[in-house]
Design a protein around this ligand. Structure first.
Ligand code: M6R
Length: 609
């Protein structure tokens, strides 16, 4: 989604803004722009890549500036809708959605303000200018103006002849970077690593001021928040390599191949232990997890799929009821709250608006046992929850989630085993066995990655297809859903995931020679049932692509293609079986020539609902 970069510094900040926007490109965008103070305003905007904006900005020198990548919500992608939006000498960039923009626009129009875009953001610029008439200090004017906004926003504002940049945050991410020669702000840390590692994460309701020689923050209650007392300064541990492509062609490819390291890093905290401590999930975890009557998992997209796998594990191992809900549904439906229920929010980014709102909703309903499983420390979802488990996948830049998913699965398996142990359902041998299996995962995933050359060959046969069906059973059914999501997301082939047992209740009608059917066929208790389902597909002329285990006894025959994973991995098998599906979609997208890392219409971090 939209990305913001702001800078006030002794150096020329134009290259900093451009480099920052390039680092935020992964979030997804369709236009870009910047405003520079010299001390009057210069605004540059372009539709398309940041590289085009960089060409326009060549030769510009400035010490104050704000910049933005826009992911269209209100108004088509166009230069007139690109940020910054300007009202006289005030320029604003914004991430989020202003829900009451229509009524504000009506009021401002009646007051004589002229709108030149279709965006909700332009009302913020006019509102600040209007407020400045009675409150001539920019900081105070932003505080008063934002108090009138309903919705989500992170904004950066500058005004001609003023040597500050003012920022405000409510429901969308924004952090400050403290530099040697100035101060900076951005939507995420990757944009600022070029100038500093010292970051302050703003909280909802904060208004902040960047000056060359310092920063000031005023919290939601109107009192000054001291740095670092009330707003600790975090030293970012991200390395430049974490966000660089290195020898890879695409971030998605890099991230698929990073999965062994990502899993090893995530599991580092269990070391060589034979037994698990609930403290892995936070100091209050022993008490909160022990008393949980059931589990409710809230998430979106790929993270939701990891939750679906976890349901199988939690119910089987811990014997505790577990439900999994799409966050955007849960937050608006009338549900039956259970204060003893453990609420688990899963999110790679920790900023997904619906997931965040669903946790807030659960808390408002009296459910205080909340756990975040997240890849970003200090993200809004982590801060919203009482307990946390941080996956250590490293930054995930490709829009299609890969290593975040497998590390979420590792974290969720740890949770299932912990809950099982607390429920008294594990022998010490079983516990030690699960921990050993987890520790072996990085090596097992590495072996699966070796299937890539064969998968490349398969991918060529998908490139001219319009549709594909993914089948799985049991805890591989969510893996079928995930395989379908990956394929549709980056290759734009329509794909559906189905539990194989559901075939003859509808989707079998779609099967013909033009519909490839991808099946996950591990050697588990449901294998024979699955084979019968596959026969039904073969009998209708469907072309089958089967990912089996070494010992699954599914044979190649005309119309049935088989690739074998090196070993059957028991309960953890979903972590292995998703990897060839990630590779398949990656290679299909390559053959089709789509934009793998930035698929059309999608954003990495979905900070609006
Ligand atoms: O950051 P989150 O895990 O909360 O994001 C949730 C979804 O937006 C995300 O998983 C999305 O479905 C991915 N692009 C799928 O690859």
């Amino acid at each position: 989604m939209c990305g913001i970069v702001a800078a006030v510094a002794a150096r020329n900040i134009v290259p900093v803004l451009i480099e920052g926007l390039m680092k935020l490109e992964y979030r997804g965008y369709d236009s870009a722009g910047l405003a520079l103070l010299n001390p009057t305003l210069t605004r540059l905007r372009s539709v398309g890549r940041v590289a085009e904006l960089a060409e326009q900005a060549e030769g510009q020198v400035a010490h104050h500036g704000i910049a933005h990548t826009r992911w269209a919500t209100h108004g088509v992608p166009s230069e007139r809708n690109a940020h910054p939006h300007v009202s006289a000498g005030v320029a604003v960039v914004h991430n989020g959605i202003i829900e009451n923009y229509a009524e504000l626009k009506q009021e401002l129009t009646a007051d004589g303000y002229v709108f030149t875009s279709d965006t909700d953001t332009e009302v913020i610029a006019h509102l600040i200018r209007q407020t400045l008439k009675s409150t001539p200090d920019l900081f105070e004017a932003v505080r008063l103006a934002t108090a009138r906004l309903v919705g989500a926003y992170a904004i950066a504002v500058l005004q001609e002849w003023d040597d500050r940049i003012v920022l405000a945050r409510h429901g969308a991410p924004l952090l400050l970077g403290l530099g040697e020669d100035g101060n900076y702000a951005a939507s995420d840390a990757s944009a600022l690593l070029q100038v500093t590692r010292r970051m302050i994460y703003l909280e909802d309701g904060d208004v902040a001021e960047l000056r060359r020689d310092g920063v000031r923050i005023v919290g939601a209650d109107g009192t000054a928040a001291n740095v670092p007392a009330d707003r600790p300064v975090h030293e970012s541990t991200l390395s430049a390599d974490d966000v660089e492509l290195g020898d890879y062609t695409h971030y998605m490819q890099k991230e698929i191949f990073e999965q062994p390291q990502a899993l090893a890093a995530t599991l580092e905290m269990i070391g060589g232990a034979q037994t698990l401590s609930p403290n892995l999930f936070g100091v209050a975890a022993p008490e909160m997890l022990a008393g949980a009557s059931s589990v409710l998992i809230l998430a979106c997209g790929t993270s939701y799929h990891s939750g679906l796998v976890a349901r199988y594990w939690i119910e089987q191992l811990a014997g505790i009821p577990c439900s999994v809900e799409i966050a955007s549904e849960y937050r608006y439906r009338v549900s039956v709250p259970d204060p003893e229920q453990l609420v688990v929010a899963i999110s790679q980014s920790g900023e997904t608006a619906d997931t965040l709102a669903s946790v807030k909703h659960a808390r408002a309903l009296g459910m205080g046992r909340t756990l975040a499983i997240c890849n970003v420390a200090e993200s809004a979802i982590v801060r919203e929850c009482a307990l946390r488990f941080l996956t250590r996948a490293g930054p995930e830049i490709g829009v299609a989630s890969t290593k975040a998913f497998t590390t979420q699965l590792a974290a969720l398996f740890l949770l299932a085993v912990t809950l099982a142990k607390q429920a008294g359902r594990l022998t010490p041998e079983q516990e030690a066995g699960y921990l050993t299996a987890l520790r072996h995962l990085p090596v097992a995933v590495q072996k699966v990655l070796a299937l890539e050359p064969a998968i490349k060959v398969w991918a060529k046969r998908f490139a001219d297809k319009q549709h594909a069906l993914f089948l799985g059973r049991g805890h591989h059914y969510p893996i079928a859903l995930e395989g379908a999501l990956k394929l549709k997301e980056i290759s734009y082939i329509h794909a559906e995931g189905y539990p194989a047992g559901e075939l003859k209740h509808g989707p079998l009608a779609l099967v013909d020679e033009d519909m490839p059917v991808i099946s996950i066929a591990p050697n588990d208790a449901l294998l024979e049932k699955l084979k019968s389902n596959l026969k039904e597909v073969a009998a209708r002329g469907g072309e089958l692509y089967v990912f089996a285990d070494a010992d699954s006894a599914v044979d190649e025959e005309p119309g049935v293609h088989v690739l074998r994973l090196p070993e059957h991995y028991g309960l953890l098998s979903p972590v292995l079986h998703v990897v060839p599906l990630q590779l398949l979609s990656y290679h299909v997208a390559l053959v089709k020539g789509t934009d793998v890392d930035k698929p059309r219409n999608l954003a990495k971090s979905v900070t609006v609902e």
